[in-house]
Ligand binder design. Structure first.
Ligand SMILES: [Zn+2]
Length: 220
């Protein structure tokens, strides 16, 4: 099966990602996962020209589906459980014991807002502790919402993905140390990895954990 193709299109005034999946089926199927994410399954026999023309001609249908998915996301997309510091905890536990929020009447946006805020305080505190320990000081630290990386160090500013809150502490430490070491060595040379290893002897274990749980942590 070929890789899905991504098309970006404005629907209802929002830039929407349209993923096109070629499949061995006879008809076209459309599913709006979120307001800004639609998946279209198309028969392999169709050419890209025919597919794009179909999308162009079905703009109303796509806008309607996209609109409906707002309701679906806000009412039903609260998770039943989630990863927290390497453990799976129930949503109720996360609300009551970690965030101390009343779980009734909470919607997806609200809980995610508080969850990210909580992640920010834990992750940036740990980064600052390790920074003092390693005597490597970034100019700026922040929390990132990136879809494709755990940490980043650019122009002496370090960003940590808030989803790292799902990982065990040795994994959080590894990502912090990795980015702090970039303050000294910006590339991924052998010298860099040696430096990481001097501060973090569990880096291989941490990298393996992130590889296995990538999708779990990014599903939030
Ligand atoms: Zn790196």
């Amino acid at each position: 099966m070929s890789k899905p193709k991504l098309l970006e299109r404005e629907l209802n005034g929002t830039i929407c990602q349209i993923w096109i999946h070629k499949r061995t089926r006879k008809s076209i199927t459309v599913r709006a996962k979120f307001r800004d994410e639609i998946h279209i399954g198309v028969p392999t026999r169709l050419t890209w020209y025919e597919i794009y023309r179909w999308i162009y001609n079905h703009n109303d249908l796509l806008e309607n589906l996209s609109c409906k998915s707002i309701v679906r996301q806000n009412t039903t997309s609260l998770p039943e459980s989630l990863y927290y510091m390497g453990e799976i905890v129930s949503f109720d536990f996360a609300m009551n014991n970690i965030l101390s929020l009343p779980e009734n009447k909470i919607n997806h946006e609200t809980w995610l807002f508080y969850w990210k805020k909580h992640a920010q305080s834990i992750l940036l505190t740990r980064l600052s502790q390790l920074s003092k320990h390693l005597k490597l000081f970034p100019d700026k630290t922040r929390i990132s919402n990136a879809k494709n990386f755990w940490g980043v160090c650019r122009k002496r500013s370090i960003g940590l993905n808030w989803r790292l809150i799902g990982a065990p502490d040795y994994v959080i430490d590894y990502v912090c140390i990795h980015e702090l070491c970039h303050l000294q060595i910006p590339n991924h040379s052998e010298k860099f990895w040696q430096l990481v290893l001097t501060y973090c002897d569990t880096s291989d274990k941490a990298k393996a954990w992130l590889k296995i749980h990538h999708n779990d942590l990014f599903s939030v």
